[in-house]
Design a protein around this ligand. Structure first.
Ligand code: CO
Length: 224
């Protein structure tokens, strides 16, 4: 049986929206006119769908400042037309200057992979995170606690997905024609609301491997 939310809850969203729009116009009378004209975000955010990691809020960005793609466990797959289309539009049309792939500790997708929990259709999607765990099984096996292993896989997954962005034809072509574009792997901590950079900014093809090795070396040092 479907269990629809009470109308009052959903009506509250519409009421909240009207209040927000009105207060925004009070603070900046031309805000919506300006935004409706064009969007010129400098950033593309690729993050987890988790409701606790809203890109705009945690980075202090207003509407119009960040182009966003979110999926379960912030995965970037080279055959995913949805994510690739977002990257292509962001890079070729919007000309964003930075792409941020952001993982987060406490990620349910990462947890399901580590504990081999079946969640349903999404298991097939999470297999990509399973591939990351498989690739780094030696370092993951080396850590003592479940919590530490979870945090480590969150880090490794964000790093690997950032590298996948770098390896995409869209980003490589942008770099080949001299477009200024940096890719970053970050992770967000639910417990304190803080972001941490896991990779240096990667701004050309030659920088991919050194950045990857530097990120992994840092992680390995933390697990010793
Ligand atoms: Co998540």
């Amino acid at each position: 049986m479907a269990n629809p939310q009470p109308p009052s809850d959903i009506d509250a969203l519409l009421r909240n929206n009207r209040a927000w729009a009105a207060s925004t116009v009070r603070a900046d009378p031309h805000f919506f006119q300006r935004l409706a004209g064009q969007q010129t975000p400098k950033y593309l955010w690729i993050g987890c769908s988790d409701s606790r990691v809203p890109a705009n809020q945690i980075t202090g960005m207003q509407p119009g400042e960040v182009f966003v793609h979110r999926n379960i466990a912030n995965v970037v797959v080279h055959a995913d037309l949805n994510c690739l289309s977002v990257i292509q539009f962001a890079v070729d049309v919007l000309k964003v200057e930075h792409i941020i792939v952001c993982g987060h500790y406490g990620c349910g997708g990462v947890h399901a992979v580590l504990h081999d929990t079946r969640v349903g259709l999404a298991d097939n999607w999470l297999r990509h995170v399973g591939d990351v765990a498989q690739k780094h099984r030696a370092v993951l096996a080396h850590v003592g606690s479940d919590a530490h292993r979870h945090a480590l896989l969150c880090d490794l997954n964000a790093i690997e997905q950032a590298i996948n962005v770098c390896q995409s034809t869209v980003v490589r072509d942008a770099w080949a024609r001299g477009q200024a574009l940096s890719v970053h792997g970050w992770v967000y901590a639910l417990r304190d609301g803080l972001l941490r950079a896991l990779t240096p900014g990667i701004a050309d093809s030659a920088a991919i491997e050194p950045a990857y090795q530097a990120a992994l070396a840092r992680i390995h040092a933390l697990t010793q």
